[in-house]
Design a protein around this ligand. Structure first.
Ligand SMILES: Cc1cc2nc3c(=O)[nH]c(=O)nc-3n(C[C@H](O)[C@H](O)[C@H](O)COP(=O)(O)O)c2cc1C
Length: 206
């Protein structure tokens, strides 16, 4: 299959208009099973070290969602002291656990066997799971579904909630999916002047 300029433009639009969506932007509308399946299938097409495909997903039920939310609130409050120089922190909405339609916990499944490519770089398995998450994020965006990544969580607590054994699995991400009021044209944290966008020249090490 050969792509053309129009495809490049479309891809670029999707990448640029992907946003992290939080509770202030989700609306109360159900994501169909068909669309959820499209999002999950996109994860399965991600690259993975040694084609290990080490991703595992938990579609979170309401009871567990409540437990995660309670834990998030505690972690968020505790994190406040790290950002005392930025009082805006307290007013930030940094999750959409309750407001989103679907929550997915993403895990890395450790392998007992040697994985091609992972001998010296042990975390490449985890990187592979992150590749899968980005596929989900972009696919959701094309379906006009927002995704928010929540990481103000203690993996130990999350493992307990989902009864996951840390010897077999590593918690990677907690994702919230839902339809949105809108997709901001730029990152919310940029709009709030939390950080500036950096230029390509700032990322190039000479
Ligand atoms: C690994 C990772 C963890 C993140 N954790 C959070 C989080 O806990 N809460 C939150 O509001 N956003 C979280 N984000 C979203 C970032 O804040 C967001 O990607 C960034 O501000 C740029 O905005 P954009 O994704 O809309 O372009 C996370 C993003 C990544 C990649």
């Amino acid at each position: 299959m050969k792509f053309n300029k129009k495809d490049l433009k479309t891809l670029s639009n999707i990448i640029v208009s992907r946003r992290d969506v939080r509770g202030n932007n989700f609306i109360n509308k159900k994501i169909s099973n068909k669309k959820l399946d499209i999002i999950l299938q996109s994860a399965l097409n991600a690259p993975s070290v040694g084609y290990s495909q080490p991703w595992q997903f938990i579609i979170v039920n309401d009871e567990k969602r409540d437990l995660v939310y309670k834990h998030f609130k505690k972690s968020f409050d505790k994190s406040k002291k790290k950002f005392l120089d930025k009082p805006v922190y307290s007013s930030l909405k940094l999750e959409g656990i309750k407001e989103s339609n679907i929550n997915i916990a993403v895990y890395y499944k450790k392998s007992k066997n040697d994985i091609l490519g992972q001998t010296y770089m042990k975390r490449t398995g985890e990187y592979s799971v992150v590749c899968a998450i980005l596929n989900m994020w972009l696919t959701a965006r094309v379906l006009n579904i927002g995704m928010g990544w929540v990481s103000i969580l203690k993996p130990k607590k999350i493992n307990k909630i989902f009864d996951m054994n840390k010897n077999e699995f590593k918690f990677i991400a907690y994702l919230c999916f839902g339809y949105t009021k809108e997709f901001y044209s730029e990152p919310e944290l940029k709009k709030l002047k939390w950080n500036k966008k950096i230029n390509l020249s700032d990322c190039l090490i000479s």
